[in-house]
Design a protein around this ligand. Structure first.
Ligand code: AGP
Length: 592
């Protein structure tokens, strides 16, 4: 995973590099470091957060070139030695890397035979030394980059400088993302555009197998064959990628409370003038396929479960796969399948792996993503953007709701059913009601469950899919073990886990299944469970913890997911945990 930044020609590089690393630490945050040239090479790095790094990097830095890195450990534990930037053995190259070099052991043996020594366990130091090896052999840094790109297998976005030269920075990439920001007499590099947005809105995105030579006034990009590539500038909207907390204490809370505008924006984008606005070619491709496969990970997989049901309910056969499972057993049901990939970030490595297989199989694909210009956005045949604005908190909230909303609209478009739009609009009243009237109640429940070790979510049908997401959210940021169980499955095993005071949260919003769910409540209560029910007015019973306005039962993930999000948020807060950056996780999972 990891985030990288670089700057050349900028008058105040420390500010950009440190703020940039803070913004990029959604990509990993177990250690961080910076390097620059000022009377020789200066490197500052340590285990811990970017905030900690900030305390050890000198304030007044005068340099023309500076790079930085925030790490999520893959090869080697979080330690000072394994922290980037890495300096090559003969101290000619200083480098930061995001990605995973698959053949690093082979390359390491090659370099050991040339007398290289290694100070870290990382694959990245191997790349620094390999670059140096070819550079020393031919005194040609561009030739060295080409050799390295030819030899290294795996994923990489690399930014480096030569330790005796501060007028050029070098970049190259495969799979991992790398964006260059173009300023007035300065150039910037980062894993995505967000750290640069306050300094420039003009960008170039490096494609796979391209390398670039970056100076303050010029960025030249080449293919691995050395042919110059003409790059178009991309202009990004400040608002869409701004990391401003807008007065909220945490990104997660801000993002939960953005659900209403996000859903509204989606409706206005994909349904205007009383008509659905999807690409007719996409609708045709979906209609002419005989089977739709959904592939995704984590929260996005949970939204595919809901979306898959929407498609089935309008007569389309579907299967849903977890990306890391399908990648190693890529079955393709039907004679003419169509694949829908779902990814908030558009950079999830497991999905990128799947896309390579999909392309080989020549199956048409759609990506549903929040990140225009991401690897998956560029790689699929069709793309539907979520327009949810940047999601910073590791725990996905508004993007989940946006994914489900978009899938409901897409299924509505296929079925030519416009009631879906009205149904979604009604959900917004429920979201508002929860935001305005139920936060205190949810906070009180959070206080009651914060000390528990196990918790269960129960639901059926759409409420079960929501339970899966609710449970993941709680695990991620509160570290309480939780499981989602379909009400009907309780008796088939999981009920053995219910004991005195086990918190059990139950969603009852579907008229078809409400009576069965009430039966399930009696079963768990009689085994001692402490039950909290969230229900809709028409299905509520005295004693239910939260009773919301009625809505179309199939839209639970839009209407009431915020109950689960607030609960996870308040439990994490009550436990004094890092809400936005939970342990061991990163926002964008860019390694398999
Ligand atoms: C969500 O809360 C999680 N952090 C995680 O499960 C996430 O949804 C998953 O890694 C997939 O990410 P993507 O949507 O960016 O592909």
């Amino acid at each position: 995973m990891c985030g990288i930044v670089g700057s050349i020609g900028l008058k105040t590089p420390r500010d950009y590099i440190m703020k940039g690393l803070k913004i990029l630490d959604y990509r990993g945050y177990d250690s961080a470091g910076v390097a620059f040239l000022n009377n020789g090479l200066q490197v500052f790095k340590d285990v811990g957060t970017v905030e900690h790094l900030d305390t050890i990097v000198p304030q007044d830095i005068k340099t023309n070139v500076m790079i930085g890195h925030t790490r999520w450990a893959t090869h080697g534990v979080p330690s000072k030695e394994n922290t980037h930037p890495h300096v090559s053995f003969h101290k000619k190259i200083c480098l930061v890397h995001n990605g995973v070099v698959e053949n690093f052991e082979e390359i390491k043996s090659f370099l050991l035979s040339w007398g290289y020594e290694f100070y870290s366990q990382t694959d990245s130091e191997v790349v620094a030394n390999l670059l140096e090896h070819f550079y020393i052999s031919n005194n040609d840094i561009v030739g060295a980059i080409k050799e390295v790109m030819h030899m290294v297998k795996g994923s990489y976005a690399i930014c480096f400088f030569l330790c005796d030269r501060d007028d050029q920075m070098y970049i190259f990439k495969h799979t991992s993302p790398l964006v260059v920001g173009i300023g007035e007499n300065f150039s910037l590099v980062a894993s995505d555009a967000s750290p640069m947005i306050n300094l420039t809105t003009k960008f170039i995105e490096l494609a796979d197998n391209e390398y670039g030579i970056v100076t303050p006034t010029e960025v030249n990009v080449y293919s691995t064959k050395g042919t110059k590539v003409k790059k178009d500038y991309i202009y990004k909207d400040v608002e869409a990628i701004s990391h401003d907390l807008k007065g909220y204490p945490h990104y997660m809370l801000k993002e939960i409370e953005e659900i209403e505008p996000v859903v509204n924006k989606l409706i206005n984008t994909y349904f205007r003038d009383n008509q659905y606005q999807f690409d007719p070619k996409l609708l045709k491709a979906l209609k002419t396929s005989d089977h739709i496969m959904f592939i995704a990970c984590g929260t996005s997989y949970h939204s595919s479960l809901v979306g898959g049901r929407y498609f089935e309910d309008v007569g389309i056969s579907t299967t849903k796969y977890i990306a890391s499972e399908w990648a190693f057993h890529p079955t393709t049901p039907g004679n003419k399948p169509f694949i829908i990939l779902i990814s908030q970030s558009g950079e999830t490595a497991d999905l990128i792996h799947c896309l390579r297989i999909i392309k080989k199989k020549k199956i048409k694909s759609l990506i549903i993503t929040n990140t225009g210009g991401s690897t998956l956005d560029r790689g699929c045949d069709f793309s539907c953007l979520l327009h949810a604005g940047i999601e910073v908190s590791v725990a996905s909230t508004k993007a989940y709701v946006a994914q489900v909303t978009l899938l409901a609209l897409l299924a509505g478009a296929l079925a030519k059913n416009e009631i879906v739009v009205q149904d979604i609009k009604h959900c917004l009243d429920v979201v508002k009601d929860i935001r305005e009237n139920y936060k205190e109640k949810i906070k009180a429940i959070a206080e009651e469950i914060k000390g528990k070790q196990n918790l269960f979510y129960l639901g059926r049908s759409f409420d079960y899919y929501l339970s899966l997401e609710a449970s993941l959210k709680l695990k991620e940021i509160s570290y309480i073990h939780s499981e989602a169980i379909p009400g009907g499955e309780l008796k088939h095993g999981p009920i053995a886990l219910i004991e005195k005071d086990t918190p059990t949260l139950v969603f009852i919003t579907d008229p078809e299944t409400a009576a069965s769910m009430r039966g399930n409540i009696e079963e768990v209560k009689s085994r001692g469970a402490h039950v909290y029910v969230a229900s809709t007015e028409n299905l509520s019973k005295p004693g239910d913890a939260i009773v919301v306005k009625n809505y179309a039962y199939y839209l639970s993930s839009i209407a009431i997911s915020s109950i689960a999000f607030y609960l996870a948020y308040y439990v994490s807060l009550a436990k004094g945990l890092n809400v936005d950056k939970p342990r061991n996780l990163a926002k964008s999972v860019t390694v398999e």
